[in-house]
Design a protein around this ligand. Structure first.
Ligand SMILES: Nc1ncnc2c1ncn2[C@@H]1O[C@H](COP(=O)(O)OP(=O)(O)O)[C@@H](O)[C@H]1O
Ligand SMILES: N[C@@H](CCOP(=O)(O)O)C(=O)O
Length: 323
């Protein structure tokens, strides 16, 4: 579920007077999602999504997130478009939270993607990277090395409750990544959370990308590694070579990876696996029993991390590597 903050019809109607969106005809909370409260609104004009930003989103970052969606949509990428209020602002306040209205995107996320879908995701990711090249606002990645160290400091004392030996294994991994993390790869704006639930399809055709609330500036190839982790493993934990190959070919059909980016894929994939392992572990340890949000399994990402540690050549991801 993701409705942390409830709203009354009166408050909502009052909020909507600041926009040119027609008359409200119905609204309901959306169960999916993790970070924010989302509502689907029907009006006498187009359907809309209302998002109330919860405590994990820093209100100071909203101009980056909403400005980025606007920037990408203007450049032809299919993503939600934030609606301006009568005073030109993209955010207001509702029920004590910063709130925004964004356009409703048609489509559904895929529970069982195939290689062909992964190819389209790779393509869309590269299109996003290129379209964001001239986006003026910057946002450093709060969930890179320093952020991992901070999260780990909070989770480490209880890590062995989740799995024996975890504390030592992760401490060693963090040491390794701190010493070897790439520093000179091409950077730009990355989505940083392009998981299956954030990509919509109409039938078998990708219809759009949502949820830009982890977007930031970082290495472009790191975003590719995030997608390999999110899309190219089977439920039994094995890597699906065909999906990986399709994802990488799709990406490279729009933005070819440099030799250095290719060589760095295994370590970027390790870092990406650790990042999602750590946020999931932290949530696992701190979300109270009975909370309405579904906790995600951190160990899924530990298994992915171990897989990447054993990679000898990036060709194992399905990438053509020059001999
Ligand atoms: N622009 C949109 N168009 C259609 N549905 C959306 C849109 N934005 C969000 N949703 C719906 O809300 C759900 C949660 O949105 P998301 O941005 O992933 O939330 P969170 O940031 O809390 O994870 C999505 O899975 C989708 O069902
Ligand atoms: N994708 C992350 C959790 C963030 O959830 P989202 O609903 O904001 O995409 C994970 O799987 O750990």
């Amino acid at each position: 579920m993701a409705v942390y903050t409830d709203i009354t019809e009166g408050e909502l109607r009052d909020f909507l007077t600041q926009y040119d969106v027609g008359e409200l005809t119905s609204y309901k909370g959306i169960a999916e999602g993790v970070e924010n409260s989302n509502f689907l609104l029907h009006t006498t004009k187009d359907p809309l999504i209302l998002t109330l930003y919860e405590k994990r989103v820093d209100a100071g970052d909203l101009p980056f997130f909403l400005g980025l969606m606007q920037h990408l949509a203007e450049r032809g990428l299919s993503c939600p478009l934030p609606l301006p209020r009568h005073d030109g602002k993209l955010t207001g306040e509702l029920s004590g939270r910063p709130a925004a209205l964004i356009s409703f995107l048609e489509g559904m996320w895929l529970r069982k993607p195939e290689a062909a879908h992964c190819g389209q995701v790779g393509q869309a990711l590269a299109q996003l990277h290129l379209a964001a090249q001239d986006f003026a606002i910057r946002r450093p990645n709060a969930l890179s090395l320093d952020g991992w160290v901070e999260l780990w400091a909070k989770a480490a004392p209880r890590a062995d409750e989740v799995l024996e030996g975890l504390e030592a294994e992760i401490a060693e991994e963090l040491d390794y990544l701190s010493g070897h993390w790439p520093k000179a790869l091409p950077t730009g704006v990355i989505h940083a959370d392009l998981f299956q639930d954030n990509v919509f399809f109409l039938g078998d055709t990708l219809s759009g990308l949502i949820d830009f609330y982890f977007a930031c500036n970082d290495m472009l190839a790191y975003d590719v590694a995030i997608c390999l982790n999110a899309w190219c493993f089977q439920p039994d934990g094995s890597y699906n070579f065909a999906k990986g190959a399709a994802m990488l070919a799709g990406y490279q059909s729009v933005r070819p990876l440099s030799e250095a980016e290719t060589a760095a894929l295994p370590i970027l994939a390790r870092g990406s696996a650790l990042r999602f392992f750590l946020t999931r572990l932290y949530d696992w340890l701190t979300t109270p029993e009975g909370a309405l949000v579904v906790k995600k399994d951190p160990l899924e990402y530990l298994r992915k991390l171990r897989f990447h540690r054993a990679i000898v050549s990036p060709s194992e991801y399905g990438l053509e590597v020059p001999a």
